[in-house]
Design a protein around this ligand. Structure first.
Ligand code: GRF
Length: 217
């Protein structure tokens, strides 16, 4: 089976990379990771990639005068590895419209909130401040405007009394590690069609279960 050649871009510890490494270890998974690229030297994710025997590249954005020259090198690395699909996994650089457009419907991102709520940083702190009863995570196709783009998979988790941002982040992260492999499987397995900025999937639907938080019994 031809697997979709996938790059993972990151800036940090790489726990989402790990979930993708674990999923793609199955030879029947429709995607394979062909390179891991970090813009931060020494990022934890690079170590995880090396442990898994994956090629790694560091492109330190600080060595470039602006986004475009950085992205030129990034694009070259992706082309060298014959990458077909890009996964952003805690990649903390904004990408230019030019680069994003080059990867239209071929680049996906994971974000720790139920988009379109809480775009940007400090999602868990902001959710706690607002007193929402559910939050979660989203995997979406990347568009030029930050944290927008057609939604592929979401997971909701409850917010509990006494949660602090770390507790909530942990609960959401567990959900992220389920969502990202699922989204990659759906996209690489060509189970998606993006129509008018909406993703149609040929997947098993979630059950029509209502979630209440707090419970009423
Ligand atoms: C995750 O919470 C992800 O949603 C966000 O950045 C974090 C990366 O964590 N975009 P990790 O490096 O994958 O552990």
């Amino acid at each position: 089976m031809e697997r979709v050649k996938t790059a993972v871009l990151l800036s940090g510890r790489g726990s989402n990379l790990q979930s993708l490494i674990d999923a793609t270890a199955d030879k029947n998974f429709p995607a394979e990771i062909v390179c891991v690229i970090s813009n931060v030297p020494g990022a934890g994710g690079l170590e995880r990639a090396a442990q898994a025997g994956l090629p790694t590249v560091t492109i330190n954005h600080r060595n470039f005068n602006g986004r475009e020259p950085f992205e030129e090198v990034l694009q070259k690395e992706l082309e060298n590895a014959e990458v077909e699909l890009v996964c952003l996994a805690g990649f903390m650089r904004l990408l230019t419209k030019r680069f994003v457009d080059r990867w239209h419907n071929r680049m996906i991102n994971i974000h720790p909130s139920l988009l379109p709520s809480y775009k940007g940083l400090h999602t868990h702190e902001r959710a706690l401040k607002d007193g929402v009863r559910f939050t979660g995570c989203t995997v979406h196709f990347v568009r030029a405007e930050m944290d927008t783009g057609p939604i592929i998979v979401q997971a909701a988790v409850p917010v509990h009394p006494g949660d602090d941002a770390d507790a909530l982040a942990d609960r959401v992260l567990t959900a992220e590690h389920r969502c990202y492999p699922l989204a990659l499987k759906i996209v690489a397995g060509e189970k998606t069609h993006v129509i008018d900025n909406l993703v149609e999937t040929e997947c098993v639907r979630a059950p029509d279960t209502m979630l209440l938080n707090p419970r009423d019994n």
